[in-house]
Design a protein around this ligand. Structure first.
Ligand code: SF4
Length: 487
């Protein structure tokens, strides 16, 4: 937890040795990274990119008493449906009958606004949001369009602030700013730090309180499991910004420590909290699978000097869970797996499959950096030869790799793999536990069920056509990744 010389600017590419465009075997990538000789590259052909704005929106959309204004064309908010569904499902699982939907407003920038400016629309949107919802907080998200035309959202909101008691919070998440979608999370958390946090830490801390940084992708059952594990250490969680509120944000500074459910989410913000407010933190891994759950728990326990208690909990949990894995292993042992997911979750899933005796043949993840190298070094000790595709989306590479590697099961967003007929499942389940010791049992059952019931994807493959020529599947999946100086 050493103090940094320079402040993080919110753009992940600016962190040293961060790569977005990379594809090779695990051994080549780890060796070249170790020697610091991976050249920066770019894709000469690219099929879409998950953008920052959507991650900023999704990170915050479960905040109470808030309105979310996307200062953008309408299409930019298309993926917001995911955050909305996650929020609504989460409420249903908590037994909330009158479910809320996030109050999302789009200024709908069009061609005329791109020439004349979108300030008027933004002012009207803020005024309408205040009148209609009387919120405590209004978050305003910039976009490529508002960034390119130079709408100064900070000044506009500063000017409007005198008209309302709602706190107006600009979030700078123009899609073009970064190719690393996690930069969108950083933009959301930086805005929380700048506009909503108290300026000073209180003298008295709340005993046992830990900030638990989490995006909305954590399911209700995951929260139950995380709380169960924390409770065993005598701790309780303040979730930020998932299902959070203005009041919970004020409590951040009262916490004795911070941690995150994901290696990527909140990592920079936790450093800031340590530097600004002296709040120690544990930054380890996503607690999926036995090894990662142990590691996560040990990390949290260390900050609270409760290592002995953690070892006893781990011993008891292993005693409870590991014997139950035997019948899952019988069905899954030796099966070959391709994994696609966000950086934290995909590496966690790759460690998890070892609990079932499965083998990794390929992994697709958006970013590679020093944290990823740590994970991959561990993965190399349990899986022999596998392909790493560092890609934010890029389904054409995934389709090619699947047809080359022919895994027994695909874990991740299943759109393309299912159309190719592979049994698919995922470890991001909005309904059931994926994390902690309970998650290990549930996910094992889920993967084996999918393997024994592949009929739907087989039928889907028989009736679907992917947009690629047969020759693409014979080609080098990474032929469009060009390193600096290459044609
Ligand atoms: S902000 Fe930019 S990258 Fe993101 S959806 Fe809008 S146009 Fe696309």
């Amino acid at each position: 937890m050493a103090e940094r010389k320079t402040r993080y600017d919110g753009i992940r590419e600016h962190r040293p040795y961060t790569y977005n465009d990379l594809g090779d075997s695990n051994s080549v990538i780890t060796e070249e990274f170790e020697k610091k000789c991976i050249k920066k590259a770019d894709r000469t052909f690219s099929q879409g990119l998950q953008c920052q704005q959507i991650n900023s929106l999704n990170a915050l959309m479960s905040m109470e008493d808030s309105v979310f204004i996307a200062h953008s064309p309408q299409g930019c908010t298309g993926c917001a449906t995911l955050g909305i569904i996650q929020y609504r499902i989460g409420q249903a699982h908590r037994g909330i009958r009158e479910m809320k939907t996030p109050r999302l407003i789009v200024t709908n920038l069009d061609q005329k606004d791109v020439i004349m400016g979108g300030e008027k629309k933004l002012r009207e949107a803020v005024q309408k949001a205040v009148k209609r919802y009387d919120p405590k907080i209004i978050f305003v998200f910039s976009s490529c369009a508002s960034g390119i035309i130079g709408d100064d959202i900070d000044s506009i909101l500063y000017d409007l602030q005198s008209e309302t008691d709602a706190i107006l919070v600009p979030i700078h998440c123009e899609g073009f700013k970064s190719k690393v979608c996690a930069s969108g999370y950083d933009a959301a958390l930086q805005a929380i730090g700048k506009y909503l946090m108290p300026k000073e830490a209180p003298k008295e801390k709340e005993k046992g309180l830990i900030n638990l940084f989490s995006p909305a992708s954590i399911s209700y059952k995951d929260t139950v499991e995380m709380e169960r594990m924390l409770e065993r250490l005598g701790l309780h969680a303040n979730y930020i910004p998932f299902n959070s509120s203005y009041e919970k944000i004020q409590k951040i500074v009262q916490a004795e420590a911070s941690t995150s459910i994901c290696k990527v989410f909140g990592d920079e913000f936790m450093k800031e909290l340590y530097e600004e407010y002296g709040i120690p933190y544990s930054h380890t891994v996503m607690p999926i699978g036995i090894r990662n759950t142990d590691k996560w728990l040990r990390g949290v326990a260390k900050v609270f000097n409760k290592e002995e208690e953690a070892e006893e909990i781990i011993r008891q949990e292993h005693e409870r869970v590991i014997p139950k894995l035997e019948h899952i292993k019988e069905k899954l042992r030796g099966k070959r797996v391709f994994i696609c997911g966000g950086t934290g979750r995909s590496f966690a899933a790759a460690a998890l499959i070892d609990d079932y005796g499965m083998k990794l043949v390929g992994i697709e993840t958006p970013t590679y950096d020093a944290d990823a190298q740590d994970d991959v070094e561990y993965l190399n000790s349990i899986h022999k030869d596998y392909i790493i595709d560092v890609a934010n989306m890029q389904p054409f590479e995934q389709a090619n790799l699947l047809q080359t590697l022919k895994p027994d099961v695909f874990i991740g967003v299943p759109t393309w793999a299912s159309k190719l007929g592979y049994p698919t499942t995922h470890v991001l389940d909005m309904k059931r536990p994926t994390m902690g010791y309970d998650g290990i049992l549930y996910l094992g059952e889920k993967i084996s069920e999918q393997l024994s019931n592949p009929g739907f994807n087989k039928k889907l493959a028989a009736h679907s056509r992917l947009p690629y020529k047969a020759s693409w599947y014979e080609d080098d999946a990474f032929k469009f990744i060009k390193k600096a100086g290459e044609d």
